[in-house]
Design a protein around this ligand. Structure first.
Ligand SMILES: [Zn+2]
Length: 153
C-alpha cells in the first residue's frame, strides 16, 4: 500500500504516510501544503499538558494512533496559540506568629538570663541571682522562663 502525494503524485515514504501526510517533502509540495509548525497541547496521563511542535495533521494522526495515551481522559488534542506559562509564584507571606512572638525583653536581660542558664541555674535561681547582681534589669522568674523558652536570636 502506497500513498501518493496530492501535489506531485509521487509516492510518499511509508513512515511519512503513516504519520498522516498527504504530500511529499519536495519543496514545491511543502510550500503548497505545509501549514507550518503549530504548537499543540497533548493531554498526557496524569501529568501536565505536553507541548509539541508539529504540524496539526501529524499530531492528529499520532494521537489517533494512541501515541499519547489519552485513555479515559476524554481529552483529545486542542490547538493553542501559545504554551501556557506557570502561574506566578506569590512571595511568601511573613507568618503572623513571628510578630506576635517578638521578645518583650531587652538584649541585656536576655544576655544575663542565658548566661545564668548556661551555668545551670533554674529560672528561680536566675531571678534571685539577677536581683542581687543586676537589679536594674528587673529580671523576674517569669521573664527568665519566657526568655529560655524562646528560640535564641
Ligand atoms: Zn509532492
Amino acid at each position: 500500500m502506497t500513498t501518493n502525494c496530492i501535489g506531485c503524485g509521487r509516492a510518499i515514504p511509508a513512515e511519512r504516510a503513516e504519520l498522516g501526510y498527504t504530500y511529499c517533502t519536495a519543496p514545491d509540495c511543502q510550500a503548497q501544503y505545509r501549514r507550518g509548525p503549530t504548537v499543540t497541547a497533548v493531554a498526557v496521563n496524569k501529568s501536565g499538558d505536553a507541548f509539541r511542535v508539529a504540524e496539526p495533521d501529524e499530531i492528529a494522526a499520532r494521537a489517533a494512533a494512541g501515541e499519547f495515551a489519552t485513555k479515559n481522559t476524554g481529552l483529545g488534542t486542542a490547538p493553542v496559540d501559545t504554551p501556557r506559562v506557570p502561574a506566578p509564584r506569590r512571595p511568601p507571606r511573613r507568618p503572623v506568629a513571628a510578630r506576635a512572638a517578638r521578645p518583650s525583653w531587652t538584649p541585656a536581660q536576655e544576655n544575663v538570663v542565658r548566661l545564668y542558664a548556661d551555668m545551670g541555674l533554674s529560672p528561680r535561681q536566675i531571678a534571685e541571682r539577677a536581683r542581687q547582681n543586676t537589679p536594674r534589669l528587673g529580671i523576674t522568674e517569669a521573664l527568665a522562663v519566657r526568655v529560655l523558652s524562646a528560640p535564641r536570636r
